[in-house]
Design a binder for this molecule. Structure first.
Ligand SMILES: [Zn+2]
Length: 609
């Protein structure tokens, strides 16, 4: 699947940000004026529980309805106040506040007239800016109903137990259960009935199934200098005119007055501002806003593939060679902005035929954070830890090793736990001391390298190489510590360890570059830098894998045995079981209904028929 190598957490964040919801649009009619008002609901199965109706303050019908209902004097001040409130604040709006409009709407499913209100907790940005209120099954509607003495009607009851008395409710009920008081749908199971109700609404002409998204339009213009200019010319006669392609790109001037003035600095630069209209040739002005820098960060990496391309944004052949990115690493703070916009831009470029893939970053890793005493470090909390005293005391390589060894790449590490006392010698520093001793002793010995150490070296090269590919830096370092111990043991037993010493210095290079260089040149006596050497290789015959017997059962009876590598995964074990002739014969004409896999030792196929 696409994005198989993305953290589940990021995919969930993006899914929630996009906020796709399925449901239905339902049309209500204003009783007094006859106007139609459409609402979106994810729960059309609760339509029979509607006891009032709420408009957002910005809804285009609000003023007209309030005037018709004689309440404009109360509604207008509320609207003025709420309009000046930022959306993020309004999302937290008090659910008790609201004003009656003095008019009613007619519920199409049962013909009931319910009172209409205007209230800050309903937002124009979501759905249609008007909601049908079902206080028995929606907590915000419930709070509003209690405040304004509005009826609460239960239309979904629990499968078992006594019916709920709405008067006794202290909060909205969950709406899983059986529909009641719902006309033709009484006895239907909810929420399974949602699709059925939506289809019925369409048949009856009351509405239709619909999908909405939480994601809103993105206003990309900014009143800032830094950013890509918006390539539009404003002409009094021709309106908005795109800058002709042969005049692109519009380049920012580099002599701009940055003093604050409440508008883009570009608006005060006459040379930039004034332009000729591409249509009529008359005097016109350039758009002085620039684009949000997220516009650039959404696709800059394509430009990086061919930075010297003059004719186009990028050279498709270079992009085909370099992209999609083999590995993306970054903080999770980008999950719903940069990483979502980049995917969106790439899908558009793909649909335009400009790139041959739909995902720019098929592999994503989010690194953990360094925290302190359980909390994020921040100036305001006063829990910042400066790394330099530790670097001065124990060396940069030690600090690097502490961080890499502290835990998996994706996990946060708590600095208090791993290096809380700067005066205490870090464990990795003591280990580096043992590395220097062992490598030094290895250069003094001419003895043959024992077979066991040669195997240990090959295992370390293989293991560290694999760990690096998978960002398992902490386990790579523990493998280097194992190799150090093996070297020590071989040397103490009178054996040699030169090959192991060279491999250890090379393998240490990405983790402790200064120490590795010191070992390579000063201790091992090589002339050229360790950073110019090839990555070490190993003799595969020295890394013979342990094997175990995989038992293949059908319905609990042993049907086959296969020798397998001890580290095979469940998928491989299952594949071998399915391929086994003996197992196939045992299944015969039956059908495998269940597979129990315990790699590397057991696969049991459960067959029927
Ligand atoms: Zn013009």
């Amino acid at each position: 699947a696409e994005l198989a190598d993305w953290p589940e957490r990021v995919k969930t964040m993006q899914r929630n940000w996009i906020g796709r919801s399925e449901g239905a649009e339902v049309t209500f009619e204003v009783a007094e004026t006859g106007q139609q008002v459409t609402v979106f609901t994810t729960r059309p199965d609760t339509l029979w529980g509607v006891t009032f109706f709420v408009f957002a303050v910005e809804h285009p019908l609000v003023e007209e309805l309030a005037r018709a209902g004689g309440t404009w004097e109360q509604v207008e001040p509320l609207r003025e106040r709420v309009r000046g409130t930022p959306l993020t604040v309004r999302e937290e709006a008090d659910t008790k506040e609201g004003v009656p409009l003095g008019v009613h709407v007619v519920n199409p499913v049962n013909g009931e007239r319910v009172p209409a209100y205007v209230a800050p907790y309903v937002l124009m940005e979501y759905g249609t800016g008007a909601v049908m209120a079902v206080p028995a099954h929606d907590q915000r509607d419930f709070e509003f109903a209690r405040q304004h003495d509005l009826p609460v009607r239960v239309v979904v009851q629990a499968e078992e137990g006594v019916p709920v008395d709405p008067a006794e409710l202290t909060e909205a009920l969950p709406h899983d259960g059986v529909m009641v008081g719902s006309g033709p749908f009484d006895g239907e199971h909810s929420p399974a009935s949602i699709a059925k109700v939506a289809a019925w609404l369409e048949e009856e002409g009351f509405g239709h199934p619909a999908v909405t998204y939480r994601l809103r339009d993105w206003l990309i213009s900014r009143q800032r200098y830094w950013g890509a200019p918006i390539p539009i010319i404003h002409c009094a006669k021709d309106g908005l005119v795109p800058v002709p392609p042969d005049e692109l790109p519009v380049v920012l001037p580099d002599d701009v007055d940055f003093r604050p003035g409440g508008e883009s600095p570009l608006a005060r630069h006459p040379g930039f501002l004034h332009a000729e209209c591409p249509v009529c040739g008359g005097p016109a002005t350039r758009d002085t806003d620039t684009m949000d820098t997220f516009v650039d960060s959404s696709w800059y990496y394509y430009r990086y593939c061919s930075p010297h391309e003059e004719e186009r944004a990028f050279d498709p052949e270079s992009v085909a060679r370099w992209m999609p990115a083999g590995q993306y690493t970054g903080g999770v703070e980008h999950a719903i902005l940069h990483l979502l916009y980049s995917r969106f831009f790439t899908k558009v470029l793909h649909d335009l035929g400009l790139v041959g893939f739909r995902e720019p970053f098929p592999r994503l890793m989010n690194q953990g954070q360094v925290i302190y005493d359980g909390a994020s470090m921040s100036k305001s909390k006063g829990n910042l830890v400066a790394p330099m005293p530790l670097v001065e005391r124990w060396g940069a390589d030690t600090v690097r090793l502490i961080i890499l060894f502290a835990g998996p790449f994706e996990d946060d590490i708590d600095w208090k736990l791993i290096a809380g006392d700067p005066d205490r010698r870090p464990g990795v520093h003591a280990w580096m001391g043992r590395v220097f001793n062992a490598v030094d002793d290895a250069t003094d010995s001419d003895a043959d390298e024992p077979e066991g150490l040669r195997r240990a070296t090959a295992r370390a090269v293989k293991g560290v190489t694999e760990d690096l590919e998978r960002f398992r830096f902490n386990t790579a370092i523990s493998k280097l510590q194992v190799l150090t111990n093996e070297m020590r043991a071989a040397l103490d037993a009178g054996g040699g360890a030169r090959e192991a010493a060279s491999a250890l210095a090379l393998l240490l290079t990405p983790f402790a570059p200064f120490a590795a260089e010191e070992l390579w040149r000063e201790v091992l006596g090589n002339a050229e830098s360790v950073h110019l050497q090839d990555w070490p290789r190993f003799d595969p015959s020295l890394v013979v894998e342990d094997t175990v017997t995989l038992v293949i059962q059908v319905n609990g009876k042993v049907r086959d045995r296969v020798e397998v590598s001890a580290d095979i995964d469940d998928a491989t074990a299952l594949e071998l079981a399915r391929a086994s002739e003996n197992a196939r014969r045992a299944v015969g004409a039956g059908r495998v209904v269940k597979e129990i896999v315990r790699a590397p030792k057991l696969v049991n196929l459960v067959a029927q028929g």
